[in-house]
Design a protein around this ligand. Structure first.
Ligand code: B12
Ligand code: SF4
Length: 299
């Protein structure tokens, strides 16, 4: 089975803007991927730049873990750092995969960087595990990659090929909860507490947005709206309450509060199971009738 190091190239100490925002960004996408590939038998660790000193720590992680594959996530503002880590990994002889919102928008741009072997676009879990399985079976060839949805790669002549997106996962309850045990959660929560007076962590209840605004059309989870069941989300809340000292949740869905029945069912299930944690949504909630409301007003 493959040995994988997943990397978050966001170094807090290199970004004054991020430090000012005082809400260190949990690499939730990487934690979903880590949980998914771990469940399928691959070995995985996360290099989280958030509290690292710098690139020397990444070099050390490569030495300690000796991964076959380095998978890096990227947003527009973290692209340069992602490419630097990719370069270091390539020079150390690793296969380099890159994914996340920005590579999804511009896969060709990422393929212009020779250190990138594969761009994974859109939802990542099934695509990543499929690539790792191909590696394990010795089938990681341009011919085989040509059939694989959800990736962009260079063919044997070095031409960029962007394959069609992979169909989305319909049953989100089938996903394991994010592997939060692979990052230093206490450090995140302490930082939140120090800077904001409360500790908050992120949670996703749904993927996609049905509205399709033009500028956002090719987002990671596309023009779909897939919800976890209220029971599945409540089970995660119970796990979070049992494991961490947290005051709030940040719901990081693409769009919030559009399914009133779902919200009511979630509120009821969480109440029955004594799993309520106040939450705040990222969008400015003006729909003040939503149950378990945004907690900002009450503080
Ligand atoms: C929540 C959120 C925030 C929150 C983060 C809260 C927190 N503390 O965690 C806040 C408000 C802080 C924030 C800030 C910003 N955000 Co924001 N944010 C989001 C949002 C709504 C959800 C992100 C999320 O958690 N997704 C859930 C996880 C599970 O999904 P994921 O990370 O995409 O991972 C999946 C795939 O992408 C893929 N994948 C990801 N990485 C990798 C790596 C590999 C190797 C593989 C194989 C696959 C893979 O697999 C994962 C599982 O399917 C997205 C919209 C969206 N849906 O993408 C915008 C979004 C990511 N944000 C965006 C932007 C621009 C920003 C800011 C730059 C805004 C600003 N000007 O300050 C900052 C940058 C923050 C930073 N640290 O770099 C853009 C990015 C655009 C781009 N081209 O990069 C997005 C896409 C919104 C948009 N539509 O424009 N953001
Ligand atoms: S997430 Fe927001 S911007 Fe994107 S399609 Fe949905 S409503 Fe529009």
């Amino acid at each position: 089975m493959a040995n994988v190091l997943l990397c978050n190239p966001m170094f807090l100490n290199q970004s004054a803007e991020e430090r000012e925002a005082s809400s260190p960004y949990f690499p939730l996408g990487l934690l979903y991927l880590a949980a998914y590939i771990r469940e399928r038998g691959h070995q995985v660790a996360v290099f989280d730049g958030t509290f690292a000193e710098g690139e020397a720590d990444f070099i050390q992680a490569l030495k300690d873990m000796k991964p076959d594959v380095v998978g890096i996530t990227a947003l527009m503002p973290t692209k340069d750092a992602a490419m630097r880590l990719g370069q270091i990994a390539k020079e150390a002889g690793k296969k380099v995969f890159i994914g996340g919102p920005d590579p999804t928008y511009t896969p060709e741009d990422y393929l212009e960087h020779p250190q990138v072997d594969i761009v994974v676009h859109h939802e990542g879990e099934i695509t990543l595990v499929t690539l790792l399985d191909l590696l394990d079976k010795g089938q990681f060839t341009a011919e085989r990659l040509g059939d694989e949805p959800g990736i962009a790669f260079r063919d044997e002549d070095g031409r960029p090929i962007v394959n069609r997106p992979r169909p989305y996962i319909q049953d989100l309850d089938s996903l394991p909860f994010p592997a939060r045990d692979l990052i230093d959660m206490d450090k995140y929560l302490d930082t939140w507490r120090e800077q904001n007076g409360y500790a908050s962590l992120t949670l996703a209840t749904a993927r996609g947005c049905p509205y399709g605004c033009e500028w956002c059309q090719d987002a990671v989870y596309g023009q779909t709206y897939r919800q976890r069941s209220p029971e599945n989300v409540t089970a995660e809340l119970k796990q979070l309450k049992a494991t961490y000292e947290i005051d709030r949740l940040r719901v990081v869905d693409d769009v919030d509060g559009i399914d009133r029945e779902w919200l009511e069912a979630w509120a009821k299930t969480a109440e029955v199971q004594e799993a309520i944690i106040p939450f705040e949504a990222l969008n400015d909630l003006e729909r003040q009738d939503i149950p378990m409301l945004d907690v900002r007003d009450s503080l």
